[in-house]
Each structure stands twice: as C-alpha cells, then as structure tokens.
Ligand binder design. Structure first.
Ligand code: SAM
Length: 253
C-alpha cells in the first residue's frame, strides 16, 4: 500500500464512499474534555498547527495544519490526534463562511448552530457579523478546543459548545443551521439531509456547504436543494482536497 500522511488520510476519508473511522466517530459522540485535558489539548494544537488566512475568509485567522507543519507530511500513527478534521478548513465550511460574511443580514440577531463545526470558522463568521448566539457542535472534543483557540485568536466570544450527536434529534431551536462539508458518506449524508430538511420545515434557515462530493451529488434529496453561491477554492485548499476546484452553498427549495 502506498505511504500516506495525515492530510492525505483525511482527504481520502472525505472522498471515499463510506469511510469507516468517521462512521464510528459519528455514532458515538464524545464528552467535552476536562479542564486539565483541555489545557493539554490546547497546548498540542498550538504546537502542531500554524496560523493561516490562506482560505476564502482571510478575515479569520485560524490554527490549521499547513504545509509548514510537520503533521502535513507525517504518517498518521505519529499524530497526537486520531483524525484532526478540525485542523483543516474544509471547502464546504469555507463557502458557508464566505456566504455569511457577504450576507450578514442572514444571521444578524439570530441564533445559529454550527453543526460539525471542525475549526469553527463558520460559527465564528456568524458571530463576527452579529449573530445573537452561536452553538458550536462537533463530536470531536479536540475540535471544541480548537474552536476556543480560534475564537480567542479573532477576539470573538464563544456562547455555547456541545459534543452531542444532534443528528436525528427532534426540535430545531436554532434560527440558522450551518453545515459545512458534512456530506462525505452516502449513508450519513442521508441521515444529515433528512435531519436538516426537518430543521428547514420547522423554520430554520439551513446553509449547506459542499464542494460537489459524490454523497451529495448522487443523493435523491439533492433535488430538494437550490444553489445560493459558488466559489473558486484557493490554491492552498486545492492542495488538501485533490479534485474539487469549487465549493457551493445550498439551501432547501
Ligand atoms: C469534514 S469536517 C468539516 C468541518 C467544518 N464544518 C469545515 O467545513 O471546516 C466534518 C466535521 O464534522 C464532525 N462530525 C462528524 N459527525 C458529526 C456529528 N454526528 N455531529 C457533529 N459533528 C460531527 C467531524 O468531527 C468533523 O470535525
């Protein structure tokens, strides 16, 4: 088998139909780290990432794994983080954030859920243009620590974080739901789209960001979406995501 590295492994997980490690993670959800664990994680994140603005929203400085970081080329087993999805700013998330920054009225004064927030950029974008309250949700507790670091880097206050798996939960309390790059696995995409459709039907504005992944493009629920915006990805993002030159923002028709 060809040698792989952290960045390649994550790109493949998102490209491959039905990546197993992700499915296991999705079903479990995890607890928030204790204060002591959180400090260790923050220290590791700062040691293994670099601050980057090389993406569609240079307004936000983010702690990410970039080509200048040793984890960019390191084999996965040497990484202190099992699957650092939060250490990349995925095309779908970039598109959603750009769309929010360019259309602040969509979130101003509203309650927002950044579902599968990863580095938290989309929620931070919403907060920076006046969202009333943002909940950052990711089943990976390391992501939540990365969000806290990214928030303080940008002088943005965090309202609420949760590592609960909300997919399938009933009741949709947020006025806006952001879903950046969550549709990478056909089965999971079906669960997510059904849940997001319910959020839409209960009155939430749902913004989905996706670079054209197979799981969305071939899903029957794709017919229920309309495109709001399309962005060309930066050269830096293309290096991480071989094959997807653009990212689109979708909402329900
Ligand atoms: C491809 S990354 C996208 C991150 C971010 N939205 C972005 O666009 O940069 C997918 C993220 O979703 C998280 N995730 C996967 N399943 C989830 C679930 N059921 N609930 C919440 N987060 C989930 C992963 O931990 C990961 O951080």
């Amino acid at each position: 088998m060809a040698a792989t590295c952290v960045v390649r492994r994550l790109a493949l997980s998102c490209q491959r139909y039905g990546g197993r490690p992700l499915r296991q993670q999705q079903q479990q959800g995890r607890r928030l780290a204790s204060t002591q664990q959180a400090e260790v994680l923050k220290h590791q994140i700062l040691a293994e990432t670099a601050v980057s603005r090389e993406h569609l929203t240079p307004e936000l400085a983010l702690h990410l794994i970039t080509p200048s970081c040793s984890l960019w080329t390191a084999p996965p087993h040497t990484s202190p983080f099992p699957d650092p999805f939060w250490a990349f700013y995925w095309p779908g998330g970039q598109a959603v954030s750009r769309f929010i920054l360019d259309n602040p009225a969509l979130v101003r004064g509203k309650t927002v859920l950044d579902f599968g927030c990863g580095c938290g950029a989309s929620g931070l974008a919403a907060k920076s243009v006046g969202a009333k309250q943002v909940t950052f949700n990711d089943i990976d507790e390391v992501a939540i620590e990365a969000v806290q670091l990214n928030a303080s880097k940008n002088n943005i206050a965090i309202d609420d974080v949760t590592t609960s798996n909300l997919v399938g939960s009933s009741g949709h309390p947020h006025q806006v739901v952001l879903a950046g790059d969550l549709l990478y696995d056909f089965e999971f995409a079906g669960e997510v789209l059904t849940w997001l459709q319910e959020a839409d039907r209960s009155g939430s504005l749902v913004l989905i960001g996706d670079p054209g992944r197979f799981a969305l493009e071939t899903h029957p629920l794709k017919a229920t979406l309309r495109c709001l915006a399309k962005y060309e990805l930066s050269r830096a993002t293309l290096l991480e995501n071989s094959g997807h030159p653009q990212a689109l923002v979708w909402t329900f028709t």
